[in-house]
Design a protein around this ligand. Structure first.
Ligand code: ARG
Length: 606
């Protein structure tokens, strides 16, 4: 099945091509902003007329003459200087919605029984790409903070949408697990073990490393004050670089402990694709770094500059107009974040066979990625056929408008933030539905609390900063998770009521070929239901989850208008199946969007 917008785009583009006698015409079909002008509008004729130096209105008439959309649209209208207004036919909608409702495909999973998956009238792309998505990527020995929240969930949602559209998605967790700071961390763990060993106590690494951040602080302080310790740390760095077994083993334990913490947060967030096989941290590239520098030198791109090795990509200047260096090796021989990113990029192109690589980080890294892409292209490591994108996002702000911090001015820890969200959601549940059992309340509070944090993040335009407010994100009205979850639960309650009234939804919808749409609110909802694919394509094209949340929110509102105006269970027999199907398809669409794509749990009652 094709989505409506694509069918219109294709057919109108073809009619434009034959009217104008040229190919590659774009109809530029968009949903109308005002129902007065129909449901969709084709805006491409004006541009084409300009190119052909002809009258746009006349050209539009030619195009319409060449165009048969009578199976989908009411007679076409030309408006203004050459817009073509399109209004969907009711009988088209009546069958399209049923087809969308019944659109399943068999999916094969490696070593699993094939499953039937709903596609909502959305075909997989015909030219799937291999897309590497670099996201989350926290740093070892540091707690994940809210900054990592955005990368983790935005990245995950992008993966889910691209995968649903049929691409081969390769998530990459580029964790910060390498660098000179590991010298002091390893030295401290080694020292603690020796001390504990002396007392004969048996204390596991998990306990020593329970608070990794405190561990890091202690190591840093010792490094700055204790000469012996600093020397041990330097030995450790050298040892690690040489692949010395003892230091490598200690390093691995620190990484493993840290990973446990990250995995716990991922589980809470319902982010499931960042497992071991998708984790390839900075350390994975350590042996490639000398080669990166040597290659860039050999290509004449990297030069010695004040002892360091730098590339000066074209077009990058500092405030004084001086060329800006992309530093790939320091004067002491150490490699940098940039060097590792160059190595990772080569790996992703050569080994993972990426057609596209997406980096999800905050906007402060904008320049880094611009320079990285420029250097990699200049070196010929990525061809024009590989698309590189920095999907950046703004900061999470506190209510005072400055970056979110705890009262004592520290970074807010992600785990604590999520726990608080669940705690606060409990009172929302208590208020809404005090009769539920304690267990049910806990489950709902978890879904609502975590869902609220994620949804608030998604629903903001990712490039802007946003103010983190528990009150706003947990509000029952407005574009929030609880509102969406409640909308879903409300539809499910219709199903429960149907059961009580001995109405079998399954029977009523069985063999239904077409709907019977008569009321404006029904039509409005039906027209919106067929637009799910549009929303997903738009979200994927720009890597913007807020297009999906906006769609779901509007869908819930249209459903609400429908439900207020059109009785469902009490409807006449010739209307009830139509309305039951509209309810069910709305519920399934909301569940798919929330649960499968945004990773937000839905609940059957609230
Ligand atoms: N570890 C980095 C940070 O916490 C993010 C890494 C992003 N990915 C990359 N390939 N540079 O800021």
């Amino acid at each position: 099945m094709k989505i409506v917008l694509d069918i219109l785009e294709e057919r109108i583009s073809a009619a434009m091509a034959s009217a104008a006698g040229c190919d590659n015409c774009a109809a530029i079909v968009r949903p109308s902003t005002d129902a007065k002008f129909g449901d969709y509008q084709a805006n491409g004729v004006m541009g084409l007329a300009k190119k052909l130096k002809t009258n746009p209105r006349k050209l539009a008439e030619e195009v319409v003459k060449n165009l048969d959309l009578s199976d989908i649209c009411e007679p076409l209208e030309i408006a203004g200087p050459g817009f073509i207004n399109l209004r969907l036919k009711t009988d088209f909608l009546e069958t399209a919605v049923v087809e969308i409702y019944n659109h399943y495909v068999q999916e094969e999973y490696l070593g699993q029984v094939p499953r039937c998956l709903r596609r909502f009238g959305i075909d997989k792309v015909s030219n799937p790409k291999t897309i590497v998505v670099d996201f989350s990527s926290p740093n070892i020995a540091k707690q994940m903070h809210v900054g990592h929240l955005r990368s983790t969930i935005i990245g995950d949602c992008i993966c889910n949408i691209l995968r649903f559209l049929g691409h081969d998605v390769k998530p990459q967790n580029h964790i910060g697990d390498w660098g000179t700071q590991f010298g002091m961390l390893c030295a401290l763990l080694s020292r603690k073990r020796i001390e504990i060993g002396k007392t004969g106590e048996k204390v596991s690494n998990t306990i020593i490393l329970a608070d990794l951040e405190a561990f890091y602080r202690e190591a840093k302080q010792l490094f700055d004050t204790d000469e012996d310790f600093a020397n041990e740390a330097r030995d450790a760095v050298v040892g690690l670089h040489k692949g010395n077994q003892r230091w490598t083993e200690i390093w691995r334990q620190i990484v493993r402990e840290s990973e446990k913490h990250h995995q716990e947060v991922y589980r809470k967030l319902r982010v499931y694709c960042l497992h071991d096989s998708n984790t390839r941290g900075e350390s994975a590239y350590k042996d490639d770094l000398p080669g990166v520098v040597a290659d860039l030198k050999q290509k004449g791109l990297a030069v010695d500059s004040d002892g360091a090795v730098c590339v000066f990509p074209e077009g990058f200047k500092n405030k004084e107009g001086q060329p800006l260096p992309f530093i790939i090796q320091k004067s002491d021989g150490a490699y940098l974040y940039a060097t590792t990113d160059l190595a990772a990029l080569r790996y992703r192109v050569n080994e993972l066979k990426a057609n596209a690589i997406i980096y999800v980080t905050d906007s402060r890294q904008k320049l880094h990625f611009e320079m990285l892409f420029a250097v990699a292209k200049k070196a010929g490591w990525v061809g024009d056929d590989v698309e590189l994108s920095h999907v950046m996002f703004g900061s999470v702000l506190g209510e005072d408008g400055t970056p979110l911090k705890t009262r004592s001015g520290e970074n807010v820890k992600l785990k604590e933030l999520l726990d608080e969200a669940v705690e606060r959601a409990k009172s929302v549940v208590e208020e809404k539905n005090p009769e539920l059992s304690q267990d049910e309340k806990e489950t709902i509070a978890k879904a609502v609390g975590i869902g609220a944090v994620k949804y608030a993040d998604y629903s903001n335009n990712r490039t802007s900063d946003y103010v983190f407010s528990f009150d706003k994100m947990l509000a029952m009205d407005g574009n929030t998770a609880p509102y969406m979850q409640y909308a879903y639960a409300r539809i499910k309650s219709i199903e429960r009521k149907a059961l009580d009234k001995d109405v079998s939804i399954e029977k009523e919808l069985e063999n239904l070929q077409t709907l019977n749409l008569t009321e404006p609110a029904e039509l409005d909802l039906a027209k919106y239901l067929v637009r799910y694919g549009e929303a997903l394509q738009a979200a994927a094209a720009d890597y913007r989850p807020n297009y999906l949340t906006a769609y779901l929110y509007e869908l819930a509102q249209k459903f609400s208008a429908f439900y207020t105006n059109c009785p469902v269970l009490k409807a006449e027999p010739d209307k009830r199946p139509t309305r039951l199907l509209l309810c069910d398809l709305t519920a399934k669409t909301i569940r798919h969007g929330l649960s499968e794509l945004l990773g937000i749990e839905v609940v059957e009652q609230m």
